[in-house]
Design a protein around this ligand. Sequence first.
Ligand SMILES: Nc1ncnc2c1ncn2[C@@H]1O[C@H](COP(=O)(O)OP(=O)(O)OP(=O)(O)O)[C@@H](O)[C@H]1O
Length: 229
Amino acid sequence: MIRFENVSKTYEGQTKAALLNVNVEIEKGEFVFLVGTSGSGKSTFLRLVLREHRTSKGHIMVAGKDLNRLASWRIPQMRRQIGTVFQDFRLLPNKTVAENVAFALQVIGKPRSHIRKTVPEVLELVGLEGKQDRLPDELSGGEQQRVAIARAFVNRPMILIADEPTGNLDPATSEGIMKLLDRINRTGTTVVMATHDVSIVNQMRKRVIELENGHVVRDESRGVYGYQH
Ligand SMILES: Nc1ncnc2c1ncn2[C@@H]1O[C@H](COP(=O)(O)OP(=O)(O)OP(=O)(O)O)[C@@H](O)[C@H]1O
């Protein structure tokens, strides 16, 4: 589903590479944690998958397509297949819960009848039934993140990218969010999540890819956050 072939990325004006000779293959339906200290290259990895940046060297294949060869006009179409969730939720503050989720479908031209049917379904899936008319600031952080996940998933993307989705949440709330991401993963969606959350990684026992100074230094199935000694 996602393949990095000898990928290096050096940002403009920088001498040090943010990623260096990264080779990674993520299969359809996998759940992968990306870990590593601040600045190790996790966000760069995710941004390259979204084609927010180009590689400096090497190739990235997403669903069989080489991102370097993708015409610019095809990028929005490619991104529709990838849902994104961030630490800071990024909801539209003046739209209700339902409107935030519906908006994701409106912008890709889905018919109104489809939106009317799909939005309540996905709100139920994320556990927000009854809260569809609230504004984001009338919700807890965990609920806001559920809206963001509903919005990312409503279009049933092949891949869900989550950059520190529990970074602003307490441990109990984070656990609920992880259960939800796990449930989404079980529908067949490939999930790639960058995190610093030790206890979550240790609890979930999924594949762990660790980056250090832009290198992959560890790639373990059913891994833990740090090395086991
Ligand atoms: N837009 C940019 N321009 C220049 N350098 C950048 C840019 N974005 C990231 N970098 C550099 O690339 C390296 C990797 O950064 P990246 O954001 O990928 O790390 P990270 O592992 O996601 O860190 P964090 O856990 O703090 O989010 C760092 O040295 C960073 O300073």
